[in-house]
Design a protein around this ligand. Structure first.
Ligand code: GLA
Length: 384
């Protein structure tokens, strides 16, 4: 167990008397396929070596005690009184609520959690909080649900109390990650394939813009609604059922006059991004990193100019990467509106890249980004 897990366990034993199990619940990166998990697309996430650690044990009564180590806050609630709340409490309470909605007999438990996913960084700390708790409850009370069922439960949890109408990507990656592998996830059929990430000589580097990304302010849901409105038009005009049946963004443009400009741009982005992800897997497997990197830059451009989920800080970071000969591809990662860029950088040039970009960023915005070199981990699991 690492220092964070040990700390979580020590807090638990200091507060509660039962012997807990300890779980690791990872954050995620996404190589390509952004904002298309809720549009029947394909995405390429992976679980990472930053995450949330949980210590959890049943307590033989009907009360749940949550202790959020990173906030130094405790919250106690009767199982029968679980209801919508605020902040971090919503993520854990919503997970319990979803088990209750399935008529699962959740009993009282004690729980301490904390981790090292920088908040608001777009590495999906919320899915890590939800996935870790769902996995622990399923494990401790013997509900026998599969990882895919748990991912779907967590997605409903995120829709419900926190109110973000997210896709399935984050919780799927959280629960189904595989060390050293990327998940090629088909978000329409909810099936996946793994493939090893052939990055010989390269590293995945995240640059955290430190612009706090939050999806609970409604902009994420607006994008989702725009896509729904556009799809309704395109279904009728093109006799299709899903964005993935549209092979060219020109077909969207043909029906532009039936949509608002905002809706049109969202749909154009979605069709183009689905097209990119169809090429991306093959390029990666052929080790064509240059080709893959170009797709990443194109994705960023679409997210910035069509989907409008970037910001000047993220654009700046990607621009810096584009001018650096040791970077093959870069783009904003996750929901956007702040958070991180993901960069594929030559091994020996990582330090130089981070130093150069950080200096330029500091000069431009008067604060520094943070860099993390990523490793791909297994999905949520019991570690002790
Ligand atoms: C957030 C959501 C995901 C996905 C990404 C964008 O992380 O939770 O479902 O839509 O944004 O790709």
């Amino acid at each position: 167990m690492n220092a964070i897990a040990t700390n979580v366990l020590n807090i638990f034993t200091g507060k509660f008397s039962s012997a807990p199990r300890v779980y690791y619940s990872p954050g995620r990166i996404n190589l390509i396929g952004e904002h298309i998990d809720y549009n029947d697309g394909f995405v390429m996430p992976a679980a990472i070596n930053k995450g949330i650690y949980y210590a959890v044990a049943p307590n033989n009564n009907s009360t749940i005690n949550f202790y959020a180590a990173d906030f130094n806050e405790i919250y106690t609630v009767a199982v029968t009184a679980v209801t919508k709340n605020l902040g971090w409490k919503n993520y854990v309470l919503s997970v319990v609520n979803e088990f209750l909605l399935l008529n699962k007999t959740v009993k009282g438990f004690d729980c301490v959690f904390g981790g090292d996913i920088p908040r608001g960084s777009g590495m999906s700390s919320s899915a890590a909080v939800e996935g870790g708790l769902a996995f622990a409850i399923n494990d401790l009370f013997g509900f026998g649900m599969t990882r895919v069922e748990l991912a779907l439960l967590c997605q409903r949890a995120e829709h419900n109390f926190p109110g973000v109408q997210c896709g399935i990507m984050d919780m799927y990656a959280n629960l189904n990650g595989k060390q050293g592998h990327v998940i090629l996830l088909d978000c329409k059929n909810i099936t996946h394939e793994y493939f090893p990430l052939p990055l010989e000589g390269y590293k995945i580097v995240l640059l955290n813009s430190k612009v706090h990304h939050s999806l609970t302010n409604g902009e994420y849901n607006v994008r989702r609604k725009n896509c729904e409105a556009g799809l309704a038009v395109l279904k009728e005009a093109l006799h299709i059922n899903s964005f993935r049946e549209i092979s060219s963004a020109d077909d969207v443009t043909l029906h532009k006059d039936k949509m608002t400009e905002e809706v049109y741009q969202c749909c154009k982005y979605v069709v183009e991004e689905i097209g990119r992800t169809r090429k991306a897997g093959a390029l990666l497997q052929q080790n064509d990193l240059a080709g893959f990197g170009q797709l990443m830059f194109a994705t960023h451009n679409g997210l910035s100019t069509l989907y409008h989920v970037s910001c000047k800080e993220l654009d700046f970071l990607v621009e810096q990467a584009a001018h650096n000969k040791n970077v093959v591809g870069a783009r904003l990662m996750g929901g956007g509106f702040g958070g991180c860029t993901i960069n594929i950088v030559k091994d020996e040039a990582v330090d130089d890249f981070v130093t150069t970009v950080s200096a330029a960023y500091l000069q431009q915005f008067k604060f520094s980004p943070e860099a993390y070199v990523m490793e791909l981990s297994d999905g949520t699991c019991c570690i002790n």
